[in-house]
Write a protein that binds this ligand. Structure first.
Ligand SMILES: [Zn+2]
Length: 95
């Protein structure tokens, strides 16, 4: 048996209005972005940008494909975490 119409990604309904969510695309600084938005109230996740990530703490940047962006945005939408912690670095050492 073959499963038809399965695009491999399930999006939960909007936490605010119960509306249907969809993948949206945009562009930022010449890079494609992907995000998830609610078709009713238009709340959306922050856009994930395709391309190389910035090198950070000596780690080199990695390439993020648009497909990966979609996945990151979807898991963010589905996660429903409101307690994102701001990590404060102790003592700002100058570079
Ligand atoms: Zn909504």
């Amino acid at each position: 048996m073959r499963k038809a119409g399965c695009n491999g990604m399930k999006l939960k309904r909007c936490p605010f209005c119960g509306g249907k969510a969809e993948v949206g695309y945009g562009e930022s600084f010449m890079h494609k972005t992907a995000f998830i938005y609610c078709m009713d109230c238009h709340i959306r996740t922050k856009p994930q940008m395709e391309g190389m990530t910035m090198p950070y703490n000596g780690k080199p940047g990695t390439y993020i494909s648009l497909e990966k962006c979609k996945q990151m945005a979807s898991s963010e939408w589905n996660r429903r975490v409101h307690d994102t912690y701001m990590v404060m670095s102790e003592g700002e050492a100058g570079a």
